[in-house]
Design a protein around this ligand. Structure first.
Ligand code: N2P
Length: 357
């Protein structure tokens, strides 16, 4: 080979390497453009058929990835290098992301289906006028349990989790606010408490729960409980609904000391490359037929009034998953406690997790 040919081969090889590198980057970091829509959602939080249908209807290719906590999602978006067009944070995370300038405003003129949302889920304090977020699902945190395996315990109170007969029988949702929150609630403190002494008390009380805790897990919590691998779980309401759907021996309660009421809304992160497509997707999910299909599939409570009418009565009338206003009035919504306090909650949760090892 003469020198010129060698050079040409080298240049061609280099060009291929660059092209390969760029496409690898595209798929791993969710680069999107006019023909794609990049969605970053909670695990098990959409009926996959709806994604296929949206792709057909819009002509967009959906690139889908999932997270299992608000904290993980926020860290990823804050770090940059992603191009998510859609995400679904909970209320305190929306408030924090707004503060950090991580969200784009929603253009409501592009959402004709917004009229189907029940006004009681609009204009909540974490996002006045829904400038940055549109209701997706709502729910509670509570205890799912198998009465056959817990010898008469009815789980009226969080304290029932500490019953010594539950040795190695409890699975916990892997969420810092959820676990520290029920620790605080069990002591009759608010789950937004920032008093250091109360937080230490909650952490110490949680440490005493350790012998009863079998594992702290993500979405696999549903399979484990439905298969009776453990008798009790601290879970989000819709996960409980799905578990009970699989195994109707189990039931779900929200303890009487109080618990968390949460709202997950769809947002368009600042990283979006397809803002037009993001609005199309939000409007698609607001369609009552789609919202009903989605609620039936994932088990969570829909804020879409028209969709609720379309759901079978055994779902929409189930007070465990659509609690009455009297019950929800007693529950607390997480407040955005600020960056420092949130990382303190994360540290306390980590300490609790380490204590188990
Ligand atoms: C779905 C998780 C629900 C999120 N797997 C609760 N905010």
């Amino acid at each position: 080979m003469n020198q010129l040919m060698r050079m040409t081969v080298l240049v061609v090889l280099l060009a291929f390497a660059l092209m390969y590198g760029a496409s690898a980057l595209n798929s791993s970091q969710g680069y999107s453009g006019a023909n794609t829509l990049t969605i970053y959602n909670w695990g098990d939080y959409i009926d996959p058929e709806l994604i296929t249908e949206f792709e057909k209807e819009s002509g967009l290719k959906v690139i889908y990835s999932t997270f299992d906590s608000n904290e993980a999602m926020m860290t990823k978006i804050e770090q940059g290098g992603t191009t998510f067009d859609i995400s679904v944070p909970s209320e305190y995370a929306i408030s924090k992301m707004k503060e950090e300038n991580l969200l784009l405003p929603i253009d409501k003129s592009k959402l004709p289906n917004l009229k189907y949302i029940d006004p009681k889920y609009m204009n909540l304090s974490f996002d006045p006028n829904n400038e940055y977020s549109i209701p997706y699902f709502w729910g509670t945190v509570g205890i799912v349990y198998n009465p056959e395996l817990v010898k008469g315990i009815e789980f009226k109170s969080w304290d029932d989790l500490w019953n010594p007969s539950l040795h190695n029988q409890i699975l916990l949702v892997d969420g810092a606010r959820e676990v520290i929150g029920f620790g605080l609630n069990s002591l009759h403190y608010s789950l937004n408490d920032t008093n250091e002494e109360h937080l230490q008390q909650a952490k110490n009380k949680l440490k005493e729960l350790t012998p009863n805790v079998k594992a702290i897990v993500g979405d696999e919590i549903k399979l484990l409980l439905a298969n009776e691998e453990a008798a009790v779980g601290v879970v989000w309401s819709g996960d409980a609904a799905e578990i009970i759907d699989e195994n109707d021996k189990l039931t779900y309660v929200v303890p009487e000391e109080g618990s968390n009421l949460w709202f997950d809304n769809i947002v368009i992160p600042k990283t979006a490359k397809n803002v037009e497509g993001a609005h199309k997707f939000i409007n698609f999910m607001l369609d009552p037929e789609h919202a009903a299909q989605n609620a039936e599939y994932v088990g969570y409570a829909t804020p879409n009034k028209k969709a609720l009418e379309l759901l079978p009565e055994d779902i929409s009338g189930d007070k465990r998953f659509y609690p009455s206003p009297e019950v929800t009035a007693k529950l607390e919504v997480y407040r955005n406690l600020g960056k420092r306090m949130l990382s303190h909650y994360n540290d306390l949760f980590l300490e609790f997790k380490m204590h188990r090892k």
